[in-house]
Design a protein around this ligand. Structure first.
Ligand code: AMP
Ligand code: MG
Length: 322
């Protein structure tokens, strides 16, 4: 195994500043698996957003994620697993956690659970916390990749820390080109916003740490200032220019993002469909960031269902960066 790792690193070291874009067919997935085995970084498609994956059992590989993203080291990462059985290797699974997994995995919900310290994950993935965030994604490419390797994958969103999340290979390259080994091209992410994150506490209570595609009835929303993860920072998903929410029309300087009856330079969903709006949200923000207009204005979006996740992201995109 050691010899294998050396051989692969030698291949990647020579191309250090080149990010390969690899089509996510069987050959491409096998290539991604080899890069990950060797401790490299691959941006991978998931149903939520593209993740920046590294093997979660290697301190060196996980350190590269923090370096490539410019991510503060107190922000823990989500570890992606195949299923509940693999999750059990790394976390204490209570009955309520088991129920949530049975109901929603594979799918866009991450569970924060007590970490089993004796196991093989590197400490850096949980940033030293006594908990671990685990998710079994449903995207077929990510599932095939997780079957192809014998370790779980740490994977935060594949963007520079604090910047807009990626839902396409181009979005990944916009902020990480030359900083990672490869992007596995699986097309657009169809859910479009990051997973729901819930913490399952020792007493069985379920707290929502981040709204997402799945709403859990009875989960209490956490509104503390104690940051358990970067999605809770006030400024996040920032396009690098002022963002105005609830805009009903565009000023001359605005790149307008429309919704429903309000049309824009980019429209989230002219039919007013919140699922479509979530899937298009980051693409519209990327277009707004790249446009020559100095400001971005966004039409009102109802805060219901996945609209809660959209509004959560937009508020953070609009918050001052300082
Ligand atoms: P991202 O890097 O954008 O995918 O965000 C990862 C998210 O994982 C963060 O927003 C955190 O909220 C969450 N997270 C990861 N590990 C933990 C943990 N141990 N406890 C709480 N939240 C976590
Ligand atoms: Mg992120």
């Amino acid at each position: 195994m050691a010899a294998l790792v050396l051989e692969y690193s030698a291949v990647f070291m020579s191309d250090k500043n080149v990010t390969e874009v690899v089509l996510a067919d069987a050959k491409g997935i096998a290539r991604a698996a080899r890069i990950l085995e060797a401790g490299g970084l691959v941006a991978v498609p998931t149903e939520t957003v593209y993740g920046l994956a590294a093997r979660a059992d290697s301190a060196e590989a996980v350190a590269k994620i923090y370096a490539a993203k410019g991510r503060p080291d107190f922000n823990p990462l989500i570890v992606h697993v195949r299923d509940a059985k693999q999750a059990e290797t790394f976390a204490e699974i209570s009955d309520s956690a088991r129920d949530l997994m049975a109901q929603h995995w594979p799918g866009p919900i991450t569970l924060v659970l007590p970490l089993r310290r004796d196991k093989s994950l590197t400490r850096a993935v949980s940033a030293g916390l006594p908990t671990i965030a685990l998710r079994a994604p449903s995207h077929p490419v990510m599932r095939t990749l997780l079957e192809a390797v014998d370790f779980p994958l740490a994977a935060p969103s594949a963007n520079r820390s604090g910047f807009i999340s990626p839902t396409s290979p181009d979005h990944v390259l916009a902020s990480l080109d030359g900083r990672i080994d490869a992007v596995l091209d699986g097309g657009m992410s169809d859910r479009g916003v990051e997973s729901t994150i819930v913490a399952v506490r020792a007493d069985g209570a379920i707290e929502e740490l981040r709204p997402g595609p799945i709403s859990i009835a009875g989960a209490s929303a956490v509104n503390s200032n104690a940051i358990e993860g970067p999605g809770q920072l006030a400024s996040h998903y920032a396009p690098g220019k002022p963002v105005r929410l609830n805009a009903t029309n565009a000023a001359r300087d605005d790149f307008m993002i429309g919704f429903g009856d309000i049309a824009g330079d980019c429209t989230l969903s002219s039919a007013g469909d919140l699922n479509e709006a979530a899937a298009r949200l980051y693409d519209c923000l990327h277009q707004g960031a790249a446009s020559d207009k100095p400001c971005i204005a966004i039409a009102p979006v109802p805060e219901e269902g996945i609209g809660r996740a959209i509004i959560d992201r937009l508020r953070r995109a609009a918050a001052p960066t300082n």
